[in-house]
Design a protein around this ligand. Sequence first.
Ligand code: AMP
Length: 189
Amino acid sequence: MILVLLGPPGSGKGTQAKLIEKELGLTHISTGDILRRAVVDGTPLGREAQGYLDAGELVPDRVVINLVADRLRNGSGPGFLLDGFPRTVAQAEGLETVLDRAGGSVDRVISIQVRRDELLRRLVGRSAVEGRSDDSQDVIAKRLEVYEQQTRPVVGFYGQKSVLVEVNGEQTVGEVFAEIQRRISSGGK
Ligand code: AMP
């Protein structure tokens, strides 16, 4: 099973990913977590990615497509949960090519929706608590803009393929998770 989790920064994507990973036993691949770790470890990937992360911009498609392809190749278990990838239509197409070769495809795409004013409120709160370097005010605004311009079209891409499930992210963590579970098991209805 290949599940994709889409949502703007502050939508609760990471929190839901952990719950889904635990419930379904999927291997969680978070490109944001992998890139942040690479920056901390000072690897070649981290050195390439750091400027983009700090600016709230997307790391080049080829870098993340190769990264995910590598994880998919080396992973095992009942399936994968992709969190924060694909973020552009080019990445979605790259993923399709990688999965085609292995005879697979994306089974379901969960898009978590939250209004912009609520996202801003949450992200500003998170920056005070976690001190993530990309949670400063101007970088937050940049990340929301990047989502609208580059990632929103990915929602449409999967909508056309009839694998898309849209979930209201302005509920409690438990309610969002219950809705995700319900929509996955009912075939997306
Ligand atoms: P996230 O934790 O998913 O919000 O990602 C944090 C940052 O990592 C983003 O602002 C991007 O700079 C980078 N990043 C994560 N995933 C991707 C991706 N699929 N494509 C390009 N850049 C990404």
